[in-house]
Each structure stands twice: as C-alpha cells, then as structure tokens.
Design a protein around this ligand. Structure first.
Ligand code: URA
Length: 281
C-alpha cells in the first residue's frame, strides 16, 4: 500500500516552523544524521573555548581550567572586552574574533563576517548583522542593501575601495535574520569598539537603529538619532564624530526616507571637508 502524502497544510506548517527556527536554506537532498556519524558529537551544553590571537601577552587560562559558562552570561562580554583590549592591530583583532567561541550565533553561521573596504579609511560604517548573502560570502553589506549603500556613497564620490571601512556590530548572521539578543550584541560590541579604536576613522556612520542603540548605549530610536552628530567615546580616550543614519534595508522599503539619508550623506561629506579628511578625486 502506498502511504498517502501528509496534508499540504501540515507541510506548510512544518516549513514555517523551520523558517521560524532559522532554517531558511536547503544545503542537500538528504538529511544527514551527524550524531550517528560521529561518536564524539559536540556537547549540547556549550563549553567555553576562548582562543587568543597570536601575539597576546597574557593568555586567557585554558578552557579546561574553567567551568562552562552559559552563552547568555555577561562574563562572555567581559572576556571579549579583555581579549579585544589586548589586540594591538586589526589583524590581531580579526584573529581574536575568528577564534572566539563565546557567541552562540557563531554556531549557526557559515562564516565570520569581519570587515570590508580599507582599514584606516576616513569613514567607518557600522551596520547591524550579516544577512544571508554576507554569511555566504563572508563580507559585510554585499547584498541588495549593501549595493544601495555603495550607490549612496558613490553619490558623494566615496567608495569602499578607497574611502570606506565597513563592519557590523555582529560578526555572525542571526538565524533567520532574527533580532540579536542583548547578550549577543554585548559580546560582539566589545570587539567592535576595539575595532573602531584600531581603525581610527575620522568619522563613524552607524547604519540603522540597532547599531546606533548598541554603539551609543541609548534607548533612543533611529528616527530621533539620525541626522544629528554625536560623539562616540572609546575606552582608549578617542572621541569619534558619529552620524547615525537609516539602514539601507529600511530605505529599500521606505524610499520617501531617502531624502533624509541624502542630507545625512551631505553632512558627512561636509564634516570630512572640515576635518581635511576628504580624498582628492
Ligand atoms: N545588513 C547589515 O546591517 N549588515 C550587513 O552586512 C548586511 C545587511
């Protein structure tokens, strides 16, 4: 007897359940039982492995010396801050981020998305989190919203191959593009703050409400924050002129707001001119 196919609604409900849990891509025809493949399957309760980048002076004690720390623990943000503080170059920081195991998002992401553009460029853009395209390619802002961002900067004569350094507050894609938890943000922001100290931009651009709130430690929304210069104070004493602006993904949905973003871009251009930081074309 041929078994009848499950009802269509059941299949639709199952697919929705997958998407809600972040499974939004198929990667093979057959399901693989990875537990059966590997007798030493990874523990479900995360253990803590914080690897240090190469020349770190005081190594963090090895993971075996510590009890497992839950991935929501504030201790992990402390660890991230300490690791980041010891990095003296962007290369070291990138290595530290790539080997850091204290953020749950890393477990579901395909790639660590660290940065793109020119380290040391006058403008550093910090967005929210990698999406599916960024996760696949390992670079920030390479999907449709990134392409819009490129066109916008191009309109003021700036490009990611010369004038921009681009990153996100999160280095790993949240499954299904869900909003990152505050614990996930806190861990990654610890690295991002050090990233800004080391990149030394003349001007920082925060793309979207999540990045603006996390970096400026405010509950104020992007509608109020955008278009106004503020100063980001970093732990090494540096103060960076900072412009919060709409996220390009928001502009793709709400093109009436492009006018305000254009004003933000003009303000950025003017600030660079005042600071003598504009590249000659
Ligand atoms: N949105 C972001 O905030 N960052 C990316 O890298 C891509 C989309």
């Amino acid at each position: 007897m041929i078994a009848s196919a499950p009802p269509r609604e059941d299949l639709a409900a199952l697919l929705k359940w997958y998407v809600d849990h972040g499974l939004d891509e198929t990667i093979g025809e057959e399901a693989v039982d990875r537990l059966a493949l590997s007798p030493a399957a990874p523990a479900i309760v995360p253990t803590r492995t914080i690897a240090a980048p190469t020349p770190i002076r005081t190594p963090v004690p090895p993971p075996t010396a510590r009890a497992p720390v839950p991935l929501e623990s504030p201790q992990l943000a402390e660890d991230a801050r300490e690791l980041a503080r010891r990095c003296t170059t962007i290369t070291e920081l990138e290595a530290a981020v790539r080997t850091f195991e204290g953020c749950a998002l890393k477990r579901t992401a395909k790639n660590t998305v660290f940065a793109d553009g020119v380290a040391g460029a006058p403008v550093m853009v910090v967005g929210e989190a990698p999406g599916a395209d960024e996760d696949r390619l390992g670079k920030p802002f390479v999907g449709v919203s990134g392409q819009l961002m490129d066109r916008m900067f191009d309109a003021i004569g700036m490009s990611r191959t010369r004038d921009l350094y681009i990153t996100n507050i999160l280095f790993w894609r949240p499954p299904g593009n869900r909003t990152p938890t505050l614990a996930e943000q806190a861990v990654c922001v610890a690295f991002t703050r050090r990233h800004i100290e080391l990149a030394k931009p003349k001007v920082l651009v925060l793309a979207g409400g999540t990045a603006a709130k996390a970096m400026l430690e405010t509950t104020e929304g992007i509608m109020r924050l955008r278009g106004k210069w503020t100063t980001l104070k970093l732990d090494d004493g540096t103060e960076v002129p900072t412009m919060p602006t709409f996220h390009p993904a928001y502009l793709l949905r709400t093109s009436a707001s492009k006018r305000q973003s254009w004003l933000d871009l003009l303000a950025i251009d003017k600030k660079l001119e005042e600071l003598g930081a504009k590249a000659s074309s």
